[in-house]
Ligand binder design. Structure first.
Ligand code: AHM
Ligand code: MG
Length: 299
């Protein structure tokens, strides 16, 4: 449904900000709000989950009691890469599934606040030149492409592995002056300053899913560090960082907040932010080592 909406976005009068009205005087909905409604509508009546959490909703989202409460929880970012929605650049949907902690009835916030290592499945859909679904249930990472002629996903890569050292680094370098000296040194190394050993090409789309997907296939490291304006970074732990960290780990890569593996962080809030460093294993280790050496222990 979301792929169809994204593909027809310019045609179906859904671009633009919430609050605008169209020629019929109806309020236009932003595509990320419509995607959120699509996700909630699709999963509230499956009987397989007991509670949901979404980037677009402040509180846990209940499921429809009439269809029963399942044993899983679902966290999602319905449409990631919001600055790219209106300009026809790749965007995506991210999801994370856990087993519930409470035994029965409606799921609660505590069912949603679980560390990434306890995920039973996670993945994303990227609406790029084709629509691709990437998921793991803890037995490798599998890549499916949506065949729009039959409305089905078809397996195109089974059990993929990401290169141990990547070609690309992906970071919003306009925040350079706000970073710690450690991250500045990392990026200078990626530009080939000092030693050529760490030189990489820069690629930054500004859609986490798309940047992550490219680096997963080609090798590379994505960084969204903490900075002086965003002391916890920008990205969200539960429905952005943790699911991608599970995919990265299953593909032989790594993810951390710079010091702690993302999958080990104990969440305290549904919309908690985390610095994120994710991708090829050796590149993540290089960034961690450089940041620890230059910045020292956290104060
Ligand atoms: P969003 O959830 O509002 O779309 O924000 C998340 C997005 C990520 O997809 C992307 O990695 C990041 O924000 C880009 O942020 P910035 O423009 O600060 O580089
Ligand atoms: Mg997002």
């Amino acid at each position: 449904m979301i792929s169809g909406l994204v593909r027809r976005a310019g045609l179906v009068d859904v671009l633009g900000a919430v609050g605008q009205t169209n020629v019929q005087g109806e309020e236009q909905q932003k595509l990320d709000v419509i995607a959120d409604e699509a996700m909630k509508g699709a999963f509230a009546r499956t009987g397989r989950i007991c509670v949901m959490g979404s980037e677009e909703d402040e509180d846990p989202i209940p499921v429809d009691e009439a269809y029963g409460y399942g044993k899983y929880t679902l966290l999602f970012d319905p449409l990631d890469g919001s600055s790219n929605i209106d300009v026809n650049v790749s965007i995506g949907t991210i999801f994370s599934i856990h087993r519930r902690k409470t035994s029965d009835g409606a799921g609660t916030l505590s069912d949603l606040l679980q560390p990434g290592r306890d995920q039973v499945a996670a993945g994303y859909v990227v609406y790029g030149s084709s629509t691709v679904l990437v998921y793991t249930a803890g037995f490798g990472v599998h890549v499916f492409t949506l065949d729009p002629t039959i409305g089905e996903y078809r397996l195109c890569h089974h059990d993929i592995k990401t290169p141990e050292v990547g070609k690309y680094y992906s970071v919003n370098e306009s925040y350079y002056s706000r970073w710690s000296n450690g991250y500045r040194e990392v990026v200078r190394a990626f530009k080939g300053d000092g030693t050529k050993d760490h030189r990489k090409n820069a690629r930054y789309i500004g859609s986490l899913v798309a940047d992550f997907h490219r680096n997963l296939l080609s090798g590379g490291v994505f960084m969204y560090p903490a900075d002086s304006r965003s002391p916890q970074g920008k990205l969200r732990l539960l429905y952005e960082a943790a699911p991608l960290a599970f995919v990265a780990q299953q593909a032989g890569g790594a993810a951390s907040d710079g010091r702690t593996p993302i999958l080990e962080i104990e969440p305290a809030g549904l919309h908690q932010r985390t610095p994120l460093l994710i991708g090829s294993k050796d590149d993540v280790a290089f960034v961690e080592e450089t940041v620890a050496r230059v910045d020292g222990a956290p104060t």
